[in-house]
Design a protein around this ligand. Structure first.
Ligand code: NAD
Ligand code: LMR
Length: 326
């Protein structure tokens, strides 16, 4: 029998948590043969709501759920953690940019980074969803010196999925027809959805739609989709964010298909001129639980400027939280 995987989720009683937990429990992320032990973290005022979510998980009788533990103490929630979804944090409102959350959410990730450092299993892998997710992942990574840096990642898969959705809408194709639609940089309006290397049914996207649409409506829609959803729903994206978190961790687990890449925000080692140490979204291939940056992608001057601009923004975010980086 396969040993259960210990999966910790923070902000488990929140909107994303509510969508995420049932996907994890059903086997969508770690596969239909992988049992899981859920360890759920919330702040004290939300523990009552979390108890309700646990009742619903029990009432779903998921065969893969081995155990469920809840706590308002990160040291408890990360005990033996092998996969961590760091979701818990405040979402922005319509009048805010994601970076405006940095002062309120940043400090959460020092404590949680330390708790991961002290309590997680040796094979822990972390995805940060709470915004601003790249810089929050940076803070957590700095607070966990005993955990290898490459285990800290942030989520830009939602942006990749949004880009694919827009391409499907334009061409009338299916999501599975679109490959290599990578996001570069920050999960913010400065992100660069790199349509130049994307393919639809094995042919370059750029041969199938106009450059004007790609440079205009496409880039604008993908970059500002989070705000559009907040305006429409009165709350930030939740089910699609949970789905993207599942995709991110499932790709890390199962790998990417031959010849295909995906987007993950990971610690930069200086590739493509991105300053070392930033948590920056790159195209990656994944095999045996290890991701590798896609080497040698070529970019024109305009794309290079976008890759640089989103790195510059991450440098500014890093400077803004210098006091949290130890
Ligand atoms: P929510 O307010 O519905 O839920 C957040 C939960 O986190 C709440 O239950 C809250 O009690 C809990 N929480 C707050 N501080 C905590 C702490 N220190 N420890 C543990 N739990 C804590 O928000 P949501 O819609 O679930 O969004 C969560 C975060 O995800 C937000 O920051 C949002 O901006 C972000 N987000 C990121 C992406 C992305 O693509 N990276 C997409 C959507 C949302
Ligand atoms: C999103 O992209 O939907 C989230 O990051 C929420 C937000 O504030 O935009």
């Amino acid at each position: 029998m396969t040993a259960p995987l210990t999966v910790s989720v923070t902000g488990a009683a929140g909107n994303i948590g509510y969508a995420l937990l049932f996907r994890l429990a059903s086997g969508s992320c770690f596969g239909p043969d992988q049992p899981i032990k859920l360890r759920l973290l919330e702040i004290p005022p939300a523990m009552g709501a979390l108890e309700g979510v646990v009742m619903e998980l029990m009432d779903s009788a998921f065969p893969l759920v081995h155990s469920i533990d809840i706590s308002d103490d990160a040291n408890v929630a990360f005990a033996g953690c092998q996969r961590a979804f760091l979701v818990g944090s405040r979402p922005r409102t319509a009048d805010m940019d994601r970076a405006d959350l940095i002062k309120v959410n940043g400090p959460i990730f020092t404590g949680q980074g330390r708790a991961l450092n002290d309590n997680a299993a040796d094979d822990v892998r972390v995805i940060v969803v709470g915004n601003p997710c790249n810089t929050n992942a940076l803070i957590a990574m700095h607070s966990a010196p005993d955990v290898p840096n490459e285990r800290f990642t942030a989520m830009t898969r939602l942006d990749q999925n949004r880009a694919i959705g827009q391409i499907c809408g334009k061409l009338g194709c299916q999501a599975a027809d679109v490959s290599n639609m990578a996001i570069w940089g920050n999960h913010s309006n400065t992100m660069f959805p790199d349509y130049h290397h994307a393919q639809v049914n094995g042919r370059p996207l750029t041969e199938q739609v106009s450059e004007a649409w790609l440079q205009g409506e496409f880039l604008q829609t993908v970059a500002t989709r989070g705000k559009a959803i907040i305006n429409a729903r009165g709350a930030s994206s939740a089910a699609s964010a949970a789905s993207a978190a599942v995709d991110h961790m499932a790709s890390w687990e199962m790998g990417t298909a031959a010849g295909e890449f995906t987007s993950m925000a990971v610690p930069s080692q200086g590739d493509y001129g991105v300053p070392e140490g930033l948590i920056y979204s790159f195209p990656v291939t994944i095999s045996d639980g290890r991701y590798t940056l896609v080497p040698g992608l070529e970019h024109g001057a305009e794309a290079q400027a976008k890759i640089q601009a989103t790195a510059d923004e991450l440098v500014a975010e890093r400077d803004a939280v210098a006091d949290l980086l130890g």
